[in-house]
Write a protein that binds this ligand. Structure first.
Ligand SMILES: [Ca+2]
Ligand SMILES: [Ca+2]
Ligand SMILES: [Ca+2]
Length: 258
């Protein structure tokens, strides 16, 4: 009986602690809109070409305002210097990320775990909790040289090149495109199932020289800073093709109201 009581008490405490730390989606530092992006069902071929993405029918996470510049406001020349849109899809195996970056000078000169210190993309998948430290997220990085890295890892498997992340990229007239996939079963501590929300924080690092000069983030806070929660990525069963038949479901307001 005592054991049962102890277990019940622990369960209540666990529930209470989850409730205490669970955070609503972070807000955009300029517009105050909740940061929510839909992850639509679909499969991408990782080749640096986004033709198979129904981009016109998707709502990306957008990083393009000065309020989102965490590092290097004095260096930032506006969206043409450093900005980007992040699109998400998923299927039974992978989560797919398409990033369209505007960058007026591309510079990648770092290797391995140092790729953040030049032009690079960082993606955080996390719990929806508001917590300090690095214990509740996975942090991946990649760039237009097809380099990749996993730093933070909730299962202790980080600080190495992830063989389960595929990356392909292409240069554009005003920047670059990265197309990546992550085999999500490798993120053992997060539950990728329809209807779930996963914490999400996209980040762009930028330089025109050797070392990073600018970091722009979705929340405007430091890349890892989960202390007030990240944005949300909603795992839906919808596809962009279905959405294209009913544009009404594609408005930002409709996304927010779900
Ligand atoms: Ca493709
Ligand atoms: Ca730039
Ligand atoms: Ca650059």
């Amino acid at each position: 009986m005592l054991a049962k009581k102890v277990i019940f008490t622990l369960f209540v405490l666990l529930l209470a602690s989850n409730l205490a730390f669970s955070a609503p989606p972070a807000k955009h530092p300029k517009t105050n809109e909740q940061l929510i992006v839909k992850c639509l069902k679909g499969t991408a071929k990782i080749d640096g070409n986004l033709n198979e993405w129904q981009l016109n029918f998707m709502q990306p996470a957008v990083l393009d305002t000065k309020e989102q510049i965490f590092l290097g406001q004095g260096f930032w020349d506006g969206p043409k210097d450093c900005s980007g849109s992040f699109y998400l899809m998923w299927d039974d195996k992978n989560i797919y990320i398409a990033v369209i970056v505007k960058d007026d000078k591309i510079s990648m000169n770092k290797a391995g775990g140092d790729i953040w210190n030049a032009d690079a993309i960082e993606i955080f998948f996390s719990t929806t909790n508001a917590v300090a430290g690095h214990a509740e997220h996975y942090q991946y990085g990649f760039n237009a040289n097809n380099q990749k890295w996993n730093w933070c890892n909730m299962d202790g498997a980080g600080s190495k090149e992830p063989d389960y992340l595929q990356i392909a990229s292409s240069k554009t007239a005003d920047g670059y495109i990265c197309e990546a996939s992550v085999e999500y079963k490798q993120m053992k501590s997060l539950d990728f199932k329809v209807g779930n929300s996963i914490g999400f924080h996209p980040v762009i690092d930028d330089t025109e020289a050797v070392d990073r000069e600018i970091q722009i983030t979705w929340t405007g806070r430091e890349a890892h800073d989960q202390s007030q929660g990240f944005g949300y990525m909603n795992l839906t069963n919808e596809t962009a093709a279905v959405n294209s038949k009913g544009k009404a479901t594609l408005t930002w307001g409709a996304i927010k109201s779900q």
